[in-house]
Design a protein around this ligand. Structure first.
Ligand code: NDP
Ligand code: GDR
Length: 325
């Protein structure tokens, strides 16, 4: 039997790289869509570059999407590409809408016209719950997004549901809560903290400036979450699922966990800087992942403390190597 073929958009990002690792292990042929940049940014997929096929395309460009679907004929598409950094969405709201919202429609239109049998995964987000209307949040919890990013993701979610209901596409929306890893971008709060804890421990830095320390998030490990994406596309019928750990922690607890792991007291190093506060905040997110557990049989393997320690360890190792320490 020939290999199943999957297309991943956003393969150069955190989740795209873990999903590519996972699908290769499952025996898939992996096609990754990458946008043109003046310098190559393949660090997260460097270790598998000879096992995957990279093709040039952009969620802003309908023609490039159609050409990829026609040429590579994937059976599954994982749409992970997005402008994914929440603060940037206030600075570039229109661009965020073009990529993170309308980009989903461009991909769905491609599927509808080229091959409606393709199974589709949309990377939806707990940011859609925003100012939460219910605790914990589940699939039926009403959305109340608090950033242009959250608003764009609500559009992406509903257009996915709409194409499923209008054209009978196998289209799923995975409402994923925050997930992190040593491959997380440096601007997100987990990695910003673990990277700076490692720098402080090694004497390479003295201070860490953060924004709101009170907000609470349901943080899990990205490697666990890509398994849930795949499971959604292996079911008999398409549906939407909340994926998270069911636990919540504040940014302050995150500081405590990361600093104390290396024997440091976070109070000695962390300062608050208004530059990192947001115009509107999401105060509390915590998932009810019951449906994913029941229907998909999905559970996370890595705990909050294990995740933060794994990230601190990885940052320490990288910095030691970089600085010959
Ligand atoms: P990253 O920011 O790490 O990766 C985003 C990816 O999208 C990158 O590969 C980026 O390419 C690509 N991209 C951005 N714009 C375009 C475009 N116009 N055309 C094609 N590709 C583009 O995000 P994550 O891996 O963390 O997240 C993956 C997806 O899941 C995103 O949609 C995110 O919004 C969503 N999500 C993430 C969660 C998390 O906690 N990580 C939780 C819930 C949802 P390049 O490398 O060139 O910039
Ligand atoms: P989030 O992640 O906005 O939840 O979106 P992020 O790590 O950026 O922020 C989490 C919380 O930490 C607070 N915070 C800070 N955040 C950043 N980035 N930098 C700081 O210095 C800082 N100080 C405090 C924030 O205010 C916030 O409350 C992520 C992204 O991956 C989205 O794409 C995804 O959809 C959601 O997770 C689920």
């Amino acid at each position: 039997m020939s290999k199943r073929r999957a297309l991943i958009t956003g393969i150069t990002g955190q989740d795209g790289s873990y999903l590519a690792d996972f699908l290769l292990e499952q025996g898939y042929e992996v096609i990754g869509m990458v946008r043109r940049t003046s310098t190559i940014n393949f660090a997260r997929i460097h270790h598998i570059q000879d096992k995957i096929t990279l093709v040039s395309g952009d969620l802003l460009d309908q023609g490039s999407i159609l050409a990829i679907l026609q040429e590579y004929k994937p059976q599954e598409i994982y749409n992970l590409a997005a402008q994914s950094f929440v603060p940037a969405s206030w600075k570039q709201p229109v661009f965020t809408g073009e990529v993170t919202a309308l980009g989903v429609t461009r991909m769905l239109e491609g599927i509808r016209t080229v091959n409606p049998e393709i199974r589709f995964y949309q990377a939806s987000s707990s940011e859609m719950f925003g100012k939460v209307q219910e605790v914990p949040q589940k699939e039926s919890t009403p959305f109340y997004p608090r950033s242009p990013y959250g608003v764009a993701k609500v559009y992406g979610h509903w257009i996915t549901v709409n194409y499923r209901e209008s054209y009978d596409l196998f289209a799923c929306s995975g409402i994923l809560f925050n997930h992190e890893s040593p491959r997380r971008g440096l601007e997100f709060v987990t990695r910003k903290i673990t990277y700076n804890v490692a720098k402080i421990k090694l004497g390479l830095s003295q201070q860490l400036a953060l924004g709101n320390l009170d907000s609470k998030r349901d943080w899990g490990f990205a490697g666990d979450y890509v398994r849930a994406m795949w499971l959604m596309l292996q079911q008999d019928s398409p549906d939407d699922y909340v994926v998270g750990t069911g636990e919540t922690h504040s940014v302050e607890e995150l500081c405590e966990t990361a600093f104390s792991y290396l024997g440091l007291d976070w109070h000695d190093y962390v300062i608050q800087d208004p530059r990192f506060m947001r115009p509107a905040e999401v105060d509390l997110l915590v998932s009810d992942p019951g449906k994913a557990r029941r229907v998909l049989g999905w559970e996370p393997d890595v705990s909050f403390t294990e995740l933060i320690q794994m990230m601190v360890d990885a940052d320490l190792a990288t910095l030691k190597k970089e600085h010959n320490l």
